[in-house]
Ligand binder design. Sequence first.
Ligand code: SF4
Length: 328
Amino acid sequence: MRPFRYHRPTEVAEAVALLDAEPDAAYLAGGTNLVDLMKLGVQRPSLLVDVTRLPLDTVQTLPDGGIRIGANVRNSDLAAHPVVRRDYPVLARALLAAASGQLRNMATTGGNLLQRTRCAYFQDTSKACNKREPGTGCAARHGQNRDLAVLGWSEHCVATHPSDMAVALVALDAEVELHAPDGPRQIPLTELHREPGDRPEQETTLPRGALITAVRLPPSPVARRSSYHKARDRASFAFAAGSVAAALDLAGDVVRDVRLAYGAVAHRPWRAHRAEQTLRGRPFTPELAAHAADTELAAARPLEHNAFKVPLIRNLTVRALTELAGRP
Ligand code: SF4
């Protein structure tokens, strides 16, 4: 591991200035991903700016009925928060499905959003990887790509985003507060993560040095009837083979409102707008749910080893929505 220096600021502006001043600096929060990557030699920061002492560790209810989640709120605390469990159950379920209790106790909201792909070639410094070393190629494109993308990929990178939490937050229309060197701002979470295109090393739209400070969730009546369905290769904790975040509001049997997002299928959490449009205003049936998923997945381009993800996501969509439709 490359030797590094370490700072632990207590103010956001100080943290941002430290990072902005050093090209190879990195923020450290829970460390559940970064420390592993440093041990593997994938990330080699010269300076770690530990953000865990910044005052970003509370969940606030907002006057409009939404909530503001500080970037340092631990995944375990967020999953157990009574307002999250009552008003945004899809978020609590995604967090609980994501990792063991030990990891949830360390992982933070901001760090979870910025975790790196678990593509095995990215983590192996002996393999070609455009994300780790731009211009070297993509060993996964024609390698073992079972776990990788079916939507939105490019010839330069077929990686997936690994977060469960981010899939739920995308379905909930979350906004991200960030503090950049030129000041604070707020962006929709759907605009945070990028598709790989020809620059897979650029995973987000965050300006250099920017720190995520909070995530805002708007009030969302539809979210009260919401759920997260995750398929994985083993019963104990594992990254998703595919996942669906769903929320459904029915007027009688007609779909009044719906939210759908897919995980483990693309370089970013995938909001399924086409599927939502197909469902809105129509009487709900499992057949309609399957048709809606098909409209979204028509854009899928499976790789050699992951064609199973298309029917998997379709089936998870039907199961999630049918279960929600049956709830009182
Ligand atoms: Fe690297 Fe992306 Fe290819 Fe994986 S899929 S080897 S992360 S370029």
